[in-house]
Ligand binder design. Structure first.
Ligand SMILES: Cc1cc2nc3c(=O)[nH]c(=O)nc-3n(C[C@H](O)[C@H](O)[C@H](O)COP(=O)(O)OP(=O)(O)OC[C@H]3O[C@@H](n4cnc5c(N)ncnc54)[C@H](O)[C@@H]3O)c2cc1C
Length: 373
C-alpha cells in the first residue's frame, strides 16, 4: 500500500512538497483557493492589469497522481486532517504549509481567482485616477509598491510613512550582518529619494485614514511628528499574520506566542514523528521567502521518502539568504551572500522583469504569457 501524505496549504512550500512526492505517495493537497497565488508578483499586479491575471495558476496541472481537495483545514491531528466541510483525510505523513495572511494588496483574501483579479483591477483603476498616494509601512512591501507606482506613473506624489527609525525594520532582514543591513537600507533610501518618493521615518499617522485601503477618496491626515498631508488613496503595507490556528489540541504545544509554529531541526513539530511544518508559518533561522518555503518543501519531501524507507531524519540547513527588493522594472537593491549588496541592474535581472513567472508556468504546466506578448 502506498502511504498517504496530506499537505495543508498550496502556497510555495506546499506545492513544492506535493509535486516532489506525487510519484511515490498518495498526495492530498488541501487548499481553499481555486488557484495558486504567485504572491511575488502581487505588487506589479496593482499597477498592471495583465499581471493581475498572470499571478493566478489553477491547480489542475500541478499533480499527476495526487488530488487537490478544495477545502480549508480546521484541525490537524497526528494522523489526519479535518476540514471545514467535515471531511476527515487520514494520512501517514502531514505537512503544514499554511503561510501567512497580509492585507491587500500584498495578498488577497478571496479564495476565488476571479474575485482576486477584479480586486487588483479596481485598485489599478483607482490608483490611475489618484494624484497623491500614501503608503503606510516601509518594509519590503511598501518600498516595492512605491517603486511599482513610480515606474508606471512618473508624476504621482508618493509618500511612504514608517514608524520605525529606518526602512526595512520589521524583522525581515533580522539576522543580517548590521553593516550589510545598513548598506542595503542606505542604497534603497537613495534610490527612493532619486525617484522623488517622500519618505517619513520615525513617525506615524495620528488616526487611521478615514477611507478603505485602495479606494480613491481624498482625505487629510497628520502625523504625531507634526506633518500634515493630503492623499487621494492609501495602502496598508504592514500586518502579516501567520496562519497557525489549524492545530488540534493534541499538537498545540507547537504554538509560539508570536503565532508561528515551533519546529525541530528536522522541521517536524516537537514530539511528532510524522507531522512537519514549513515556510512562513514556522519560526526557523531562515528568511520568510518563497525561495526558503520551496527549499523546505523539497527538503521535507526528501525526509518523508527517507522515513518511509526506514531512514532517520536529518537536520535542515538553511541555504544562504537571497533578498531582492525591486523598485519597479529598472531599480532596486538586493543582498546575496556571494555578491554582497547587488545593484539595481542585477536586482532587475533577478526579479524586476519576469518576477519568476516562467518558473511557475512550468510548475503548473501552462503557457507563458510573457512569451506570447
Ligand atoms: C508582495 C510580496 C512579494 C514577495 N516577493 C518575494 C520574492 O521576490 N521572493 C521571495 O522569495 N519571496 C517573496 N515574498 C515572500 C513569499 O511570498 C512568502 O515567503 C511565501 O509565500 C511563503 O510561502 P508558504 O508556502 O509558507 O505560504 P503561502 O505562500 O502564504 O501559502 C500558504 C497557503 O496555505 C493556504 N491555507 C491557509 N490556511 C489554510 C487552511 N486552514 N487549510 C488549507 N490551506 C490553507 C493559503 O490559502 C495559501 O495558499 C513576497 C511576499 C509578498 C507578500
Amino acid at each position: 500500500m502506498t502511504a498517504t501524505v496530506a499537505i495543508v496549504g498550496g502556497g510555495y512550500g506546499g506545492i513544492t512538497a506535493a509535486q516532489a512526492l506525487d510519484e511515490d505517495f498518495d498526495v492530498v493537497l488541501i487548499e481553499p483557493k481555486d488557484a495558486f497565488v504567485h504572491n511575488v508578483a502581487a505588487l506589479r499586479a496593482v499597477v498592471d492589469p495583465n499581471w493581475a491575471k498572470w499571478m493566478f495558476f489553477p491547480y489542475d496541472g500541478l499533480l499527476k497522481r495526487g488530488r487537490v481537495v478544495r477545502d480549508r483545514a480546521i484541525s490537524v491531528e497526528a494522523h489526519g486532517v479535518r476540514t471545514v466541510s467535515g471531511e476527515w483525510i487520514g494520512a501517514d505523513y502531514i505537512v503544514i504549509a499554511t503561510g501567512t495572511t497580509y492585507p491587500f494588496p500584498a495578498k488577497v483574501y478571496s479564495d476565488h481567482a476571479e474575485a482576486g483579479i477584479a480586486r487588483y483591477h479596481r485598485a489599478t483603476e483607482a490608483l490611475g485616477r489618484a494624484e497623491r498616494v500614501l503608503l503606510l509601512g516601509a518594509g519590503p512591501v511598501g518600498i516595492e509598491l512605491a517603486g511599482e507606482i513610480r515606474s508606471t506613473w512618473p508624476d504621482k506624489h508618493i509618500t511612504l510613512i514608517e514608524p520605525a527609525r529606518d526602512i526595512l525594520s520589521g524583522g525581515f532582514i533580522e539576522g543580517f550582518d548590521e553593516d550589510v543591513a545598513d548598506q542595503l537600507r542606505s542604497e534603497l533610501r537613495r534610490q527612493l529619494r532619486d525617484l522623488g518618493i517622500s519618505l517619513i521615518l520615525g513617525d506615524s499617522l495620528r488616526h487611521d485614514p478615514p477611507t478603505s485601503t485602495g479606494i480613491k477618496s481624498g482625505f487629510a491626515a497628520s502625523t504625531w511628528g507634526g506633518t500634515s498631508l493630503t492623499a487621494d488613496i492609501w495602502f496598508q503595507c504592514y500586518g502579516r499574520q501567520p496562519v497557525s490556528r489549524v492545530l488540534s489540541r493534541q499538537l498545540s504545544g507547537a504554538w509560539r506566542t508570536d503565532g508561528r509554529l515551533s519546529v525541530m531541526p528536522d522541521l517536524r513539530l516537537p514530539g511528532q514523528s510524522r507531522v512537519f511544518a514549513i515556510g512562513d508559518v514556522t519560526r526557523t533561522q531562515a528568511l520568510d521567502t518563497a525561495v526558503v518555503a520551496m527549499e523546505q518543501g523539497g527538503f521535507v519531501a526528501e525526509q518523508i521518502k527517507s522515513l518511509a524507507g526506514g531512514g532517520d531524519p536529518v537536520a535542515y540547513e538553511p541555504s544562504q539568504p537571497l533578498f531582492l527588493i525591486p523598485l519597479g522594472t529598472g531599480g532596486g537593491a538586493s543582498y546575496s551572500p556571494d555578491g554582497g549588496i547587488l545593484d539595481a541592474e542585477t536586482t532587475t535581472l533577478y526579479k524586476g522583469n519576469d518576477l519568476f513567472l516562467t518558473k511557475y508556468c512550468e510548475i503548473f504546466d501552462v503557457p507563458n504569457p510573457l512569451e506570447d506578448s
